[in-house]
Design a protein around this ligand. Sequence first.
Ligand code: OGA
Ligand code: NI
Length: 382
Amino acid sequence: MSCQAWPEPIVRVQSLAESGLSSIPSRYIRPHSQRPSNTTSFPTPKPFQTDHHHGHDQKTSDHDHDHDHVNIPVIDLKHVFSEDPILREQVFGQVDQACREWGFFQVVNHGVSHELMKSSRELWREFFNQPLEMKEEYANSPTTYEGYGSRLGVQKGATLDWSDYFFLHYMPPSLRNQAKWPAFPESLRKVIAEYGEGVVKLGGRILKMMSINLGLKEDFLLNAFGGESEVGACLRVNFYPKCPQPDLTFGLSPHSDPGGMTILLPDDFVSGLQVRRGDEWITVKPVPNAFIINIGDQIQVLSNAIYKSVEHRVIVNSNKDRVSLALFYNPRSDLLIQPAKELVTEEKPALYSPMTYDEYRLYIRLNGPCGKAQVESLASQT
Ligand code: OGA
Ligand code: NI
């Protein structure tokens, strides 16, 4: 059912941007009602204090309307495995609250080396800054999406986003094919592998926390995803070129992530990610060396909507390119995903019928980013 080829010749957005044009082609221009106006941005808050001696500094949803302090929660994971049950519970509580109230949070002291984060981002930036011919060797198709790409969805005539990307698989091992990873810059393959290992490990820890927080066995979500050796993990490196008319387009249109959970390494200098909060879009201010975590549609389904995926989008700007690394932590693609039996009660019946992730992601692969339309359409079937 998936398409073999893109419906129109592919244009690399980076080449367009580098050609020095002063207005963007019409296929990138959103209709008036969908443009990135009406946005609100907030300054960076301090990280949560998990040390109970300083436990007063928890700025969360009570302050939503105090625009000076609103950002997604920042959680210090230092004490996740602490011997001290009070410290441990504090972190678990913060993660649970962030999952319930935001669906989006940043983590610091996450265990992944800051050097590795930095070199990964820099090497990917170098990859994108190579000549076009080098990158075209990795050009992708809509059958698997693996490789160098410039659109999501195959609808002819669709409005496109102002970004290019590189997509690759880490897990399951059967899909991991280093020959499809960039051979240049020279150390990139090695660094991609190390990065994947570190971030997948972090994902496992967070999944465990979420399972416990939902009142499930600690391995529940991991097992629902197929277990350690079968879980899916893939990386999309996004490159958002600077844009002469940033008010007319998006780097990435509003969407929720279709998979389980996303672990994002944002650009260290350029912001652009916005998270929907009611009718407002909050610009995330990345904390140095943090990862941004968000709930995807599959965890919304498994948790029977106790945790919800949250719509987000990326805006571009006219001064600076932006790079981000999104690691998607997903169920094995042929497993049926449905609400956990433990979370289905008479008062709260199952909101979603079972579906494999293969079936589920076809929708975004055909239609491109569509807000939360897909997971919402699932719910209305029952
Ligand atoms: C994504 C995504 C955000 C960003 O890749 O799904 O939402 O900041 N990326 O690039
Ligand atoms: Ni996303």
